[in-house]
Design a protein around this ligand. Structure first.
Ligand SMILES: C[S@@+](CC[C@H](N)C(=O)[O-])C[C@H]1O[C@@H](n2cnc3c(N)ncnc32)[C@H](O)[C@@H]1O
Length: 156
């Protein structure tokens, strides 16, 4: 499309879900794209689902002077909650990895369809709200035919 549709000096745009800086391949693809004509790539920042999650729950993601890790459901399932990072944001978790964590000192702030009319929020002690999140996630996915969700795990 770039080769066929863009005239010399023309401008094209890709609409990216959230912000292109986080778990999105658009910028990588464009850099690997056609070299002729040469592309000047401009990234316009958006609101990532992580920012939308924090705003929806009224959260500051980090504790004072502490780091935040942004990772995937797959890595959380493989490696568990890191011992040295108290706040972990988890994306791309189609398998509800939080439900299998052995930790007893975690709070979860979960959000689905953030920023849309379908938005769902659940927060609380992970052990107490896991069943509710799993059930609501499953029901919402069945009804809508798709789901996108993201969550913060916070060690108390
Ligand atoms: C391929 S990544 C894209 C992330 C996107 N670039 C961003 O800035 O949020 C897709 C993942 O982002 C999260 N996500 C994106 N949009 C979301 C939304 N509206 N509500 C909840 N989670 C969302 C989910 O964790 C989903 O699995």
């Amino acid at each position: 499309m770039i080769s066929a549709e863009l005239p010399p000096g023309g401008v094209g745009a890709f609409l990216v879900w959230g912000d292109p800086a986080l778990y999105d391949g658009t910028l990588r693809l464009l850099r690997e794209g056609p070299a002729d004509p040469p592309l000047e790539i401009v990234s316009v920042p958006g609101i990532s689902s992580v920012q939308a999650l924090a705003a929806a729950h009224g959260l500051i993601l980090n504790r004072v002077g502490e780091p935040v890790l942004v990772t995937t459901g797959r890595r959380l399932a493989e490696r568990g909650m890191p011992a040295d990072v108290p706040d972990v944001v988890v994306m791309l978790d189609g398998r509800t990895a939080f439900a299998d964590l052995p930790d007893t000192d975690l709070d979860i702030y979960w959000g689905a369809y953030l920023g849309t009319p379908r938005q769902i929020l659940v927060a609380g002690d992970l052990r107490e709200v896991t069943a509710e999140i799993v059930a609501r996630r499953s029901a919402a996915r069945a009804e809508a035919g798709w789901i996108m969700d993201v969550y913060l795990l916070r060690r108390r």
